[in-house]
Design a protein around this ligand. Structure first.
Ligand SMILES: NC(=O)c1ccc[n+]([C@@H]2O[C@H](COP(=O)([O-])OP(=O)(O)OC[C@H]3O[C@@H](n4cnc5c(N)ncnc54)[C@H](O)[C@@H]3O)[C@@H](O)[C@H]2O)c1
Length: 474
């Protein structure tokens, strides 16, 4: 009888026995006692291996770089990295010879020497990675190649910077964590959106106490990719969206939310639940543009993921790459004293008295229910501009890359490597932000069930308190 009841419960919850066995294995917090929570396997840290929190590598006077992947995104990385002081772009790799040569022409335009070129086969990149004269491998290839390249590069003694998302399965996420911990090499995901101007200003406002305690953060990737689909090498992005359900591109939304909530620096994600809309526009596109009738598309039209943290705060992340609507990263942050909202227009709202305390003028007409005036907002931008933005924004806007944030990301990566500082984003940030990909899929495929988000630091999430950009002298 008991056996029958257990089987009936499993089928009602649509949870595979392997997962169900893990349910409620842990006791403790409120979320963990939830009888429906699905847990994934958390591999034990191998003996003798240490975490990479606030990890400092020896200083590099010049950062010698090899770049793999010179498609739509990669060429602009070549351009940015070759105008930053203290870099040497030593080697370039792509499947295609003409893309490698085009990137060499960019180096020449920027007054740099030509790089050694690797091309023509799927594994030519290995020869690049094996070069002894490289410190950093910068990976800008399609999603499926990231993990193999990043792992091999760390094993060959190189630091790694890898485009978003770095990893797509829990096994791959743990592989990158273990490889980084074992080899003592940085593994940073190239999440540029954390450096955008409004997000940096808002982070600085939070650091200065203007927003009070953050209680909620929202983010997402809303971008109709119709005009881009034909240009991805070998159709990799369409292929992934057709085959995979879940939020397959969560890091642009997660990055700024995670930093303002101090994830694994005093708080951590505990549980997520996802829900999605039946895909409509992508099957229609496939029929109209490619003549594919009744295309089976796994990815939902709009995927929403709700997350609750250990400190009882919430995160809401969106993904939609097919609806005909304007671009948005849905950046909204609520604190006990203020609210920031970026899309469709940038706005702040504050409890009126707080601005008086901060010494700002003309606050009498403010309330928590209305946005601050455009004049007030201009003053706030200036007063609370993040020190990194203040230092770099002019140059960032000249060099460009999504309005300048890409330049700031690369600049900070090189600055930290040259000064032996912890990087702005560590391997656990990569893990947390990418984990929405497999975990949202599990939630969706098990009746929108709650899924536990593991502590990727394996016990060290409270050692650092508060998100911090390290500077010389820290
Ligand atoms: N952060 C951002 O704002 C942003 C924007 C666009 C793209 N991206 C990310 O950048 C990455 C690349 O995207 P893209 O739009 O440039 O794609 P793309 O298809 O235009 O370029 C990928 C390139 O990788 C090369 N490549 C593939 N396999 C290779 C291999 N085995 N060896 C050498 N080269 C190989 C291809 O030849 C191609 O030139 C993706 O991870 C994407 O998500 C990030």
């Amino acid at each position: 009888m008991m056996k029958y009841l257990a089987a009936a419960l499993l089928s009602a919850l649509m949870i595979s026995p392997a997962m169900a066995q893990n349910c409620c294995a842990k006791k403790g917090g409120q979320e963990k006692s939830c009888s429906r929570m699905i847990q994934t396997n958390v591999p034990e840290r191998p003996a003798g291996q240490q975490d990479m929190l606030a990890f400092r590598a020896p200083k590099l006077q010049t950062v010698r770089i090899g770049i793999i992947g010179l498609g739509m995104r990669g060429v602009s990385a070549v351009d940015r990295l070759s105008v930053i002081e203290g870099t040497d772009v030593v080697a370039l790799c792509d499947l295609h010879q003409d893309r490698a040569e085009k990137s060499n022409a960019i180096l020449e335009k920027n007054g740099r020497h030509s790089a050694a070129l690797y091309y023509g086969s799927e594994d030519a990149w290995k020869k690049l990675v094996e070069r002894p004269d490289l410190d950093l491998i910068y990976i800008v290839t399609d999603w499926q190649t990231h993990v193999e390249m990043a792992k091999y590069a760390m094993e060959q003694g190189k630091h790694v910077a890898v485009e978003v998302p770095a990893a797509f399965s829990m096994d791959d996420i743990w592989t990158l964590i273990d490889t980084s911990e074992r080899t003592r090499k940085h593994c940073m995901m190239l999440e540029n959106c954390v450096y955008d101007f409004f997000e940096m200003t808002t982070l600085n406002m939070k650091n200065k106490g203007l927003l009070g305690d953050i209680v909620y953060a929202e983010g997402g990737y809303i971008h109709n990719l119709e005009e881009f689909w034909p240009y991805y090498e070998g159709d990799w992005r369409m292929d992934y969206n057709i085959k995979h359900r879940g939020d397959v591109y969560p890091t642009h939304g997660m990055g700024p939310a995670a930093q303002i909530l101090d994830l694994h620096r005093g708080d951590k994600m505990n549980v997520l639940v996802s829900m999605d809309t039946t895909p409509r526009n992508l099957p229609a596109y496939l029929e109209e543009v490619r003549g594919v009738k009744d295309a089976k598309v796994a990815n939902g039209q709009h995927t929403m993921t709700m997350i609750r943290t250990e400190k009882g705060r919430t995160i809401f992340i969106h993904h939609d790459v097919t609806t005909h609507r304007p671009y948005s990263r849905q950046y909204n942050v609520a604190g006990t004293k203020g609210y920031a909202s970026k899309y469709p227009a940038e706005h702040y709202a504050f409890a009126g008295t707080d601005l008086k305390e901060a010494g700002m003028p003309a606050v009498d007409d403010l309330s928590t229910h209305s946005w601050v005036s455009p004049e007030m907002q201009k003053e706030l931008y200036e007063k609370y501009k993040h020190p990194i933005t203040r230092e770099l924004e002019k140059r960032a806007k000249e060099v460009g890359g999504h309005g300048g944030m890409d330049f700031i990301m690369d600049y900070r990566l090189i600055y930290c490597l040259r000064n032996g500082l912890p990087l702005d984003m560590d391997v656990y940030d990569m893990a947390e932000w990418c984990s929405l990909i497999p975990l949202s899929q599990i939630s969706l495929e098990h009746g929108f069930a709650p899924v536990e988000v593991p502590d990727f630091t394996r016990g060290a999430w409270q050692r650092l308190q508060g998100y911090h950009h390290y500077m010389i002298g820290d």
